[in-house]
Design a protein around this ligand. Structure first.
Ligand code: SMG
Ligand code: MG
Length: 367
């Protein structure tokens, strides 16, 4: 495989409803897509960084900048996706940008080989059970309506975003309305401190699957301490930036469950290594989401089909966020999404739809 160049494409897509988390409210998706062009065809990557550095230190303008200045020139000679990570290893951070570049090269390579991403990664399922992430609402009544709608749509697991002041009461209300059978978990996006341990322990009464990332990204030992103060399993998201970080967090007792997001860890190949590390330690994993378009969603569904993804992921249908996706939409059937079976991602942007949401394009030639 020889890369001829990479196209960077910025798109803007309205969300069907504002998505509020402990760090902010998102109303549009400002995404960066990569198109890898090779002599044997092309491949697509999606960068999951957001417009502002609120979830993590990365943000879209910075991702585009580091790609054009450093990462794309550095992969000029790579012969395949496995070489992308090593070629970028000397550059610190910017894992979402690295992941997007690897994804584009991987898609191009697999399409040329006629190999589906799911099979390349080691998937064992042809459909995956789906959970949905529910934002912070203005009122409990509104939350119950939204959760009821998702349960009616077939979602098999509900994740509630929480923050101080929006935690015990919404969880209690959802349990009371929808019963103890609903698989339920919460995600704090680092909004708490260890001093909140007693408050978080009040969530133990509601039989949650997990509490996701209650403390700041760097606070591994804090999570280990917290694990001794609450009964609900701690799951890490932001803190798990690599397979090494996962192994360390597990050894330190900072988490009993891991959320795997390829963008956060530098790519789908590192994501698979985290899957393997967690399986070796008997730590369940599930696939996170970053409000992806159909491109990233396709890759996430392929990843979630690996054997050790034993908990439902944030792999919701396209209509959770978008009225019109840039690919054929992912549609929930009986609470599941089908794993694409075509070569590479198995999906590609619909040209007119993509054009309609594109705000800029830039070609970085390598020959
Ligand atoms: O794609 O379904 C999705 C979003 C899932 O809650 C979700 N993601 O911390 O897990 C998380 C958040 C990060 C993105 S919030 C804008
Ligand atoms: Mg999270």
């Amino acid at each position: 495989m020889k890369l001829e160049g990479i196209e960077l494409r910025r798109i803007a897509m309205p969300l069907v409803a504002p998505f509020r988390t402990s760090f902010g409210t998102q109303t549009t998706k400002d995404a960066l897509l990569l198109r890898a062009v090779t002599a044997d065809g092309e491949g697509w990557g999606e960068c999951v960084s957001a417009a502002e550095p609120l979830y993590s230190s990365e943000y879209t303008d910075a991702s585009a900048d580091v790609l054009r200045r450093f990462f794309v020139p550095a992969v000029r000679e790579v012969g395949g996706a496995k070489e992308v990570g090593p070629a970028l290893a000397r550059f610190h951070g910017h894992r979402m940008a690295k992941a997007a570049l690897e994804m584009a090269v991987l898609d191009a390579e697999l399409r040329a080989r006629g190999m589906p991403l799911s099979r390349e990664l080691g998937a064992v399922r042809d459909r995956v059970p789906c959970g949905v992430s529910v934002g912070i609402m203005d009122s409990i009544g509104e939350l119950l309506d939204v959760v009821g709608g998702y349960l009616d749509a077939g979602y098999v697991r509900i994740k509630l975003k929480i923050e101080p002041g929006w935690d015990v009461e919404p969880v209690r209300a959802v349990r009371e309305r929808f019963g103890d059978e609903v698989l339920l978990q919460v995600d704090a996006n680092a909004a708490y401190s260890l001093g909140d341990a007693r408050r978080l322990a009040r969530l133990d009464a509601f039989d949650l699957l997990l509490i996701e990332q209650p403390l700041p990204e760097e606070d591994i030992l804090g999570h280990a301490d917290l694990a001794g103060l609450v009964e609900t399993p701690i799951c890490l998201d932001e803190a798990i930036t690599s397979a090494k970080a996962a192994a360390d967090a597990i050894r330190l007792g900072a988490c009993r469950i891991v959320n795997i997001k390829a963008g956060r860890v530098g790519g789908y190949l590192e994501a698979r290594r985290i899957h393997d590390v967690c399986q070796a330690h008997d730590v369940p994993v599930w696939c996170g989401g970053m409000v992806e378009t159909g491109l990233g969603r396709a890759a996430n569904v392929a990843l979630a089909a690996l054997p050790w993804f034993t908990l439902p992921g944030d792999t919701s249908g396209s209509d959770r966020f978008y009225s019109t996706d840039i690919t054929e939409p992912f549609v929930l059937a009986d609470g599941h999404l089908p794993v694409p079976s075509g070569p590479g991602l198995g999906v590609a942007p619909i040209p007119e739809t993509l054009e309609a949401v594109t705000t800029s394009t830039e070609w970085i030639g390598l020959r």
